[in-house]
Ligand binder design. Sequence first.
Ligand code: C5P
Length: 245
Amino acid sequence: MIHAQTSRMAQRLMVALDYPDEQAARRLIGKLEGIPCYMKVGMQLFYQAGPQFVRELKSLGYSVFLDLKMHDIPNTVKGGASSIAKLGVDMFNVHAAGGSAMMQAAVQGVEEALANDASLSRPLVIAVTQLTSTDAATMNGEIGIPGSVEDAVVRYAKLAAGAGLDGVVASPLEAAGIKDACGKDFRTVTPGIRPAGSAADDQSRTRTPGEAISGGSDYIVVGRPITAASDPKEAAIRIIEEMMG
Ligand code: C5P
């Protein structure tokens, strides 16, 4: 049994269910029983397990971030957003690089779904800014966006805020700059988190859970430090305690 303050902080921890199928994801969920964290479902799991598994997570009482990073013409994204909203997820995302018309279309898709079903609640619509896997060399030399990655991220965040989105996915290092540019209510969702003393894996510029929260992250995304732990529940509780400072 965890107490109320811990439970509120647990809702800011998003566990990345990076698994090839629902059986593997269910095994982790079983081990995390009693922790009211957010569950992040990405492409690998969703393309295999589909909407039914998202409904299963919702019926277990979890908040769900559907991380599918849509990027298409506005009309197609509007339809996609409408279908996602009907699933009852709590958060989903689109690429800011699709432009403001595309992001507005995502919000319209949500509104259409809500208008047709009063039982649905409005999911947060979040933008992907510049992928952390693209460095300045890739962004400047290949994609053709000039300037620093930090500037590009803030520009994308402002574009997303102007289009009516609720926040962005970003590095924890960028959260404070995004809040300065877009306001404190504009959410920041930050991966690249590693508890003090744990392996960095393939993440390069990591922050601890405590540093991320004190630096302005609203939600932290954690995968392997929990999914690969010998005791995932103990690892998750330790992370929530680090978040509380
Ligand atoms: O295992 P780890 O904690 O590194 O997992 C981080 C999660 O956050 C993964 O699901 C990864 O796809 C996601 N992510 C990320 N960096 C981004 C966007 C998403 O690591 N820029």
